[in-house]
Design a protein around this ligand. Structure first.
Ligand SMILES: [Zn+2]
Length: 266
C-alpha cells in the first residue's frame, strides 16, 4: 500500500533536471516532487543521507521504517502493469542497523525454538520406543531380556521421517508389534539375510524361513521360553536401534500533473 502521508521518491524513466540545483540527473534519476519547488534531486530534497532498502524483507522493512525518523517510499512506474510499484524504502542508516540487529536476534530465537522442538520430538520418540518395547514384552513374555528394546528401536527408526510417523507411533496394536517382532526374528535368528544375499527371491526366502520364525515367535509368546535351552537367547550386541509490497497506484491523482510534466510516468 502506498500511503498518502508517505514521502515518495520516484525513479524517473526520462532525462530529468533538478529544479533547484539545475543538475542534469540523467534518465534513471531518483526524484522527489516538491509542491513548491518541483522535481528535486535527493540532495536538494535533503534525502540523500538515507539508505535504500530494497523490498523483499518485510520484517526488516517494517522495523527500519519504525526506527527511522525520516523515511520515503521509492516508486517506479510499471509500464506493463500501468501502476506505480514499490521498489523499496529510503531509511536512516542507524534505523536500518537497529532493524538488522533485531532481525538477527529473531533468527537466534528461531534457531533455539527449532532445537527445542527437535528435543521434544526426540523425547516423543523415546517414549514411543519405550511404549512399543513394553507392548512387545507384554505380548511376547518369552522374548529374551533386552530384545524388546532393540526391536522397538528398529521399528521406530523405520517410521521416523515418514508422514505416517505419528500414526505409526500410536499404533501399538498386536499386528504392528507382531510385524516388528517377526521382522527381527527373520533377520536376526534365521539365515534369511544369507538367503537374500545368495540371490534367492525374498518371497521364496521368506517361505523358507517361515517355519523357523513361527516356531520362535510361538515360544516367545509363551512365558516359559527364556527358560528353555536350545534357542539362541541373544544375537549380536543389543543395540537399542540408534536410537512488496508491490505498491498499488493509489492516491496518486494529486501529483498526476507533476508526474506527467516530469516524464516520470514513462
Ligand atoms: Zn538538486
Amino acid at each position: 500500500m502506498i500511503k498518502d502521508n508517505e514521502l515518495k521518491v520516484f525513479i524517473s524513466s526520462r532525462d530529468s533536471i533538478c529544479d533547484e540545483c539545475k543538475e542534469n540527473l540523467g534518465s534513471k534519476a531518483w526524484i522527489f516532487l516538491s509542491r513548491d519547488k518541483g522535481a528535486l534531486c535527493l540532495a536538494c530534497a535533503d534525502l540523500d543521507h538515507l539508505l535504500f532498502l530494497p523490498s523483499g524483507n518485510a520484517a526488516l522493512t517494517l522495523r527500519s521504517r519504525k526506527y527511522s525518523k525520516l523515511s520515503a517510499v521509492v516508486l517506479k512506474w510499471s509500464r506493463a502493469r500501468k501502476r506505480y510499484e514499490r521498489q523499496g524504502i529510503l531509511v536512516e542508516e542507524e534505523a536500518l542497523e537497529k532493524a538488522e540487529n533485531e532481525c538477527l536476534k529473531d533468527a537466534d530465537i528461531r534457531e533455539r525454538r527449532r532445537l527445542r522442538e527437535a528435543e521434544r520430538r526426540e523425547e516423543t520418540d523415546k517414549e514411543y520406543v519405550q511404549q512399543f518395547a513394553a507392548r512387545i514384552r507384554e505380548l511376547y513374555p518369552g522374548c529374551p531380556a533386552g530384545k524388546e528394546n532393540e526391536i522397538a528401536g528398529h521399528a521406530c527408526q523405520k517410521y521416523s521421517g515418514r508422514v505416517g510417523r505419528c500414526a505409526a507411533a500410536k499404533d501399538l496394536s498386536g499386528e504392528a508389534v507382531e510385524l516388528a517382532v517377526r521382522a527381527h526374528v527373520r533377520h536376526a535368528l534365521t539365515n534369511y539375510d544369507e538367503l537374500l544375499f545368495s540371490g534367492i527371491d525374498r518371497h521364496e526366502a521368506r517361505s523358507l524361513v517361515r517355519e523357523k520364525v513361527d516356531e520362535i515367535m510361538c515360544c516367545w509368546r509363551s512365558q516359559s521360553y527364556s527358560a528353555k535351552p536350545g534357542f539362541p537367547l541373544s544375537h549380536g550386541p543389543d543395540e537399542i536401534g540408534a536410537s512488496t509490497l508491490s505498491g498499488r497506484g493509489e492516491g496518486m491523482t494529486r501529483d498526476a500533473n507533476n508526474l506527467l510534466r516530469y516524464g516520470i510516468t514513462g
